[in-house]
Design a protein around this ligand. Structure first.
Ligand SMILES: Nc1ncnc2c1ncn2[C@@H]1O[C@H](COP(=O)(O)OP(=O)(O)OP(=O)(O)O)[C@@H](O)[C@H]1O
Length: 332
């Protein structure tokens, strides 16, 4: 479940960016990206192949420079203080640091050396992290013999040697089986509960829905929409309240009263368009009361992130689904 920040005042931003631009030749990859990610939260950058997700991660982690715009990560300006950024972040995913030829433990010790940990400390930290990520038994085996899930866990464990405050996870579960994916999600939740800020890129809507406090949908180098999963789902049509009746007479009288509802005479259900907000639900319930309609079941259906993705990105939706209209929305 996503974390949430309560209490007075906005939490400080762990990552903020304004107007980031990047082109390769005459191809514009990022066309003005603005972001603000509160410390201690999970942010998901969602987008189809080639949308520019990895490019954003590379810029924010100082692997490449932006053509224009500013960004601060963990309090450091990416252009003025790239070393400060690098010391405060961890990056895993598509640019894995795991060396397959050496063991998991040797990979960890190498990382500890890169972070100049004292000799005794390095073994203690490496052993602790290998244990935490379920790799203690495999620690003496070469990393190329690890499964995909084990390699990802080793990669994250290596990142944590430096005790980063902000972690960039570029498509952390691509190619993993469902069990490994759930393990990875659990690891990510634990990192956040320890105060780390997670910047995640993903093509999996379910992953963003599960983990992220806020989601930005990137399409063709621009942020097409940004908000919580629920806010994004409210942007696209398809939300409705479903009223189900057990008694055909009750159904017929309700259908007569609710003329804008879509009828399903066989299932004895009525679909009333609704954005699922408390305000709309209250007014619907008041109206049902006033009309003397008493449904046996009432369920609220909001569109899922698939609907949002198809509606907001250029990813062609199957014909006839009513999806695929391009919109530009911001939920703030
Ligand atoms: N070094 C480069 N030179 C030229 N074009 C590049 C370079 N790096 C990225 N691109 C282009 O920029 C666009 C965005 O790439 P990027 O890797 O950021 O997308 P992405 O959203 O991470 O995609 P994916 O989900 O497939 O990893 C793509 O069209 C890609 O071909």
């Amino acid at each position: 479940m996503p974390t949430s920040s309560m209490g007075g005042g906005a939490p400080p931003a762990a990552v903020s960016a304004t107007g980031l631009r990047k082109s390769y030749g005459d191809k514009t990859v990022l066309d003005g990206i603005d972001l603000r990610i509160p410390a201690g939260s999970v942010f998901a950058l969602l987008g189809p192949n080639g949308a520019g997700k990895t490019t954003v991660v590379k810029i924010l982690s100082t692997l490449i420079t932006a053509d224009a715009g500013q960004a601060r990560v963990a309090g450091h300006d990416i252009a003025a203080s790239p070393d400060g950024v690098r010391a405060a972040i961890g990056v895993t995913g598509q640019f894995s640091a795991v060396d397959g030829l050496i063991t998991g433990e040797e990979n960890m010790l190498l990382m500890a050396d890169l972070h100049h940990l004292p000799r005794r400390e390095r073994r203690r930290v490496a052993a602790g992290l290998l244990e935490r990520f379920g790799l203690a038994e495999a620690a003496g085996k070469p990393a190329h013999s690890y499964s995909g899930g084990m390699k990802r866990r080793l990669d994250i464990a290596m990142t944590l040697v430096g005790d980063p405050r902000v972690i960039f996870l570029d498509e952390p579960t691509t190619g993993l089986d469902p069990r490994s994916r759930h393990t990875m999600w659990q690891i990510i939740r634990e990192l956040v509960s320890g105060g780390v800020t997670v910047f995640l890129t993903t093509q999996y809507l379910e992953e963003a829905d599960e983990l992220a406090d806020r989601i930005a949908v990137l399409d063709d180098g621009r942020i097409a929409a940004e908000g919580t999963a629920d806010e994004l789902k409210r942007l696209v049509p398809g939300g409705h309240v479903r009223l189900r009746f057990f008694d055909p007479a009750g159904y017929r009288s309700a259908a007569g009263a609710l003329r804008e509802a879509v009828r399903d005479d066989e299932a004895l259900t009525l679909r009333v368009p609704s954005d699922g907000s408390q305000r709309e639900l209250c007014s619907l319930l008041d109206w049902l009361d006033a009309a003397g309609v008493e449904a046996d079941e009432l369920t609220v259906h909001t569109p899922d992130l698939d609907d949002v993705f198809f509606a907001l990105t250029g990813s062609g939706a199957p014909a006839g689904t009513g999806r695929g209209d391009r919109t530009q929305e911001n939920v703030r």
